[in-house]
Write a protein that binds this ligand. Structure first.
Ligand SMILES: [Zn+2]
Length: 252
């Protein structure tokens, strides 16, 4: 089926790209099982392959639809009208690729929180809080004497984090019971809604970008600057030596 090109960010390599029909295909299976109540179902599946030659991985997603009549341009048509369920088949979760300089334990806790987000928001939130505490402790080197619950550790670094990041943390803490959950041990399992589990995951992604990625970029920029200065300095030194040699030669 010809597909209008659309923008897409690859969940494996993180690269943003435009997908055309070359890298996209879809199919539908109709299930005529409940004609008596004037509805039936279909299962549609879509596949995208990443055009980045260094990645080339495949995304597969399936959606279970309820069919019914829908009016389009004055004509009633029998078609998929409501998505009843959606499954990411490949990759298994919506976890974004995290850079290698984020500690392994934080990455694996984050991936697990994403994987179970819909099926078990409670377990996902527990994993996310453990992950958040890991981030705060690792990135800010929280001293053992200040280690406590997640809320207390965030308060401890309050003066050192920028306003935007603090606002994000505050916003998430104000939603539902997450704020109260942060005052409990990260190993305590608490009741949460799927939306709350999703917000915790988003907060992890924000903090990784604002802290680890920003720090890494800053370090790279500084390194480049220092390398440029060092290269200029040695070029200057070399040209001074050359000048001296020329002067010495002309004196002879
Ligand atoms: Zn990719």
């Amino acid at each position: 089926m010809p597909q209008t090109p659309f923008n897409w960010a690859c969940p494996y390599c993180g690269q943003s790209t435009t997908i055309t029909y070359v890298n996209f295909d879809s199919g539908t299976i109709e299930f005529n099982i409940t004609k008596s109540d004037n509805s039936d179902y279909n299962l549609s599946a879509e596949a995208i392959s990443c055009p980045n030659p260094e990645c080339g991985k495949t995304l597969v997603e399936a959606t279970f639809w309820k069919n019914g009549f829908k009016e389009t341009s004055g004509r009633k048509k029998w078609k998929a009208i409501k998505a009843l369920n959606k499954w990411p088949l490949l990759p298994r979760s919506s976890a974004k690729p995290m850079p290698h300089f984020v500690p392994e334990e934080i990455r694996s806790n984050y991936e697990e929180a994403c994987l179970i987000q819909n099926d078990s928001p409670k377990a996902s939130a527990t994993m996310s809080r453990r992950c958040l505490q890991g981030i705060v402790r690792d990135f800010w080197n929280i001293p053992a004497s200040k280690m406590g619950n997640l809320g207390a550790e965030i308060s401890y670094i309050r003066d050192r984090i920028d306003e935007d990041t603090f606002e994000s943390i505050k916003a998430v803490r104000e939603v539902g019971d997450i704020g109260a959950h942060m005052e409990k041990s990260v190993d305590t399992i608490v009741d949460v809604e799927p939306e709350e589990a999703a917000l915790l995951i988003e907060l992890i992604e924000t903090l990784v970008l604002d802290w680890y990625v920003a720090k890494h970029r800053r370090a790279n920029r500084n390194k480049q600057l220092q390398d440029t200065v060092a290269a200029k300095r040695s070029a200057k030194k070399a040209s001074k030596v050359n000048m001296k040699q020329i002067e010495d030669q002309s004196d002879k």
